[in-house]
Design a protein around this ligand. Structure first.
Ligand code: T4K
Length: 412
């Protein structure tokens, strides 16, 4: 576990212990941006991996050595797939080497081409998975309240060349699934979901995984559920699952028999072992994330210009992302706040600034896309994602939120 140098807080005064050194933050002059030493010796990251029991992992690795079977649909991959499918209440989990390959294979298996509508406010992999396959990502605007696709904006972007929609369950909060399903049905479009953030989450009481034609998970090191690198496609469509199983293994249907074009998207046994270990900690990780989220909410309450993007308690959440929005009432601009936090070794992130449409590969195609994406631009300029999860202690959150409060000039 990350070991902050013990930290305690008492209202307006924060006392931080670094080994034998102490730093008190009582006012702005005690902040690192004003020349004081940083609050933390070690950098606090967004996305520090959740690593389950080392001894449990060692046992799995012993088995891998004993069997001398390290990849190509090994027994641990199959065991992990069964557990993930059951957890998400779907018929099929097709494990892959990472979430991006899983998206690419799903897109290809669904035979998308021409134009596909996606949000610009997402990790670049969502757009790249299309562009990489010579499909044009068409960016639709989001609802600023949810950060997810705005169905009305999706409708506006449909053309005769549109073949599909990729909804993203951003921050683990479900996209407007019902509305997107209605649009897809009306225009005869394929619909799939990038559920990279949504492991273990639900929509209207039903687990993510069954919606659209399929849904794609990421198990990257930084994700709630990690296999170091990894991903999967969840689906209830037997034929689609079978096709993707072929595609992730070069299309092999037997020793010398290739019956489908394919690539190498296989998950290896070490990754599956890490997944099986982490699977045992799902409830614990969710509980810890939830406690940290609630602590952040409590400690940041009442600071003008700071709001925490809420989770919907009527659904299952993994509480992985702690997303702040910095409003005009906060005395610093978002980027100044980020700078101040980084100076304290708090590596907050401005995900997903500046929006995919503003990244070079897409800006070159659509130099004026921003005109149709006002909510995306506004949200991308306001968001700060804070370190949270199993590697961040409650005491560290006391300090982090204390700093945000002092920066707001509201301490004491
Ligand atoms: N769709 C969506 C919506 C996604 O968010 C993602 C991935 C994908 C698709 C694609 O899935 P994958 O192909 O990745 O499975 C990170 C992750 O690399 C990326 O997986 C993730 N989304 C995205 C939201 O965040 P970066 O560029 O910010 O990662 P990076 O390397 O800066 O890591 C973040 C922090 O985590 C680091 O500052 C330090 C810490 N860290 C990272 C690693 C790898 C550790 O402490 N230990 C580690 O091992 O993209």
């Amino acid at each position: 576990m990350r070991r902050s140098k013990a930290v305690s807080g008492d209202g307006s005064t924060i006392v931080i212990e670094f080994g034998t050194r102490m730093k008190s933050i009582k006012s702005a002059q005690d902040l690192a941006i004003n020349g004081a030493q940083p609050a933390f010796v070690e950098t606090l990251h967004v996305g520090s991996p959740n690593l389950g029991s080392r001894s449990a992992l060692d046992k799995y690795i012993d088995g891998i050595y004993d069997r001398c079977w390290v990849t190509n649909n090994g027994p641990l991959v199959q065991e992990l797939e069964a557990k993930i499918a059951s957890h998400h209440e779907v018929s099929h989990c097709v494990a892959m080497s990472n979430g991006t390959i899983a998206l690419e294979i799903a897109i290809r298996a669904l035979e998308l081409n021409g134009e596909v509508i996606v949000p610009s406010y997402t990790f670049i992999a969502t757009a790249h998975a299309l562009h990489w396959q010579a499909i044009t990502p068409v960016f639709a605007d989001i609802n600023p309240a949810t950060h997810n696709l705005d169905p009305a904006a999706v409708r506006r972007m449909i053309t005769p060349n549109t073949t599909g929609i990729i909804g993203v369950h951003l921050w683990g909060r479900s996209a407007p699934i019902d509305e997107l399903e209605a649009i897809a049905q009306e225009y005869k479009l394929k619909l799939l979901f990038d559920a990279a953030h949504a492991f273990g989450c639900s929509h209207n009481g039903a687990m993510v995984g069954r919606f659209g034609s399929c849904e794609v998970l990421s198990f990257h090191a930084t994700k709630f559920f990690s296999t170091f690198e990894g991903g999967a496609v969840l689906t209830n469509d037997d034929d689609l699952a079978e096709k993707m199983r072929l595609m992730r293994n070069f299309g092999f249907a037997g020793l010398d028999n290739v019956i489908h074009p394919g690539t190498n998207g296989k998950m290896n046994e070490i990754s599956a072992a890490m997944g099986l270990v982490n699977f045992e900690s799902l409830d614990q990780m969710t509980r810890i994330n939830r406690e940290k989220y609630e602590l952040y909410c409590e400690r940041l309450a009442g600071i003008p210009g700071i709001s925490v993007l809420p989770y919907d308690y009527t659904n299952k959440n993994n509480f992985q992302y702690l997303v702040l929005e910095i409003g005009e009432d906060y005395p610093m601009a978002r980027d100044e706040l980020i700078q101040a936090l980084h100076a304290e070794n708090i590596r907050a992130r401005r995900y997903f600034w500046p929006g995919c449409h503003n990244m070079k590969p897409y800006k070159d195609i659509y130099p004026h896309a921003g005109l149709l994406l006002p909510n995306t631009m506004q949200v991308a300029d306001r968001v700060v994602v804070m370190p949270t999860g199993t590697s961040i202690s409650a005491e560290q959150i006391e300090v982090i939120t204390g700093i945000v409060r002092i920066l707001a000039g509201t301490a004491g």
